[in-house]
Design a protein around this ligand. Structure first.
Ligand SMILES: [Zn+2]
Length: 64
């Protein structure tokens, strides 16, 4: 039996399950995978528009 732990992301307020990401902002806060991806892309200097496209692409690949 697999236990699903739901966590609320402190950054975007969304409930998520699965592996959290460590926030790059303080290296302490656990954020949802989306925010982790966003922070990683932001740190690469990508524009918001581009980041949202990538996040949407990742979601499209996830099978629920
Ligand atoms: Zn989040």
């Amino acid at each position: 039996m697999k236990e699903i732990i739901k966590t609320v992301c402190p950054k975007c307020g969304q409930e998520y399950s699965g592996h959290p990401s460590l926030s790059r902002v303080d290296n302490q806060t656990l954020v949802c995978p989306d925010c982790g991806t966003r922070e990683a892309l932001e740190s690469m200097g990508l524009p918001d528009e581009e980041i949202e496209k990538i996040v949407a692409t990742i979601h499209a690949q996830q099978v629920k």
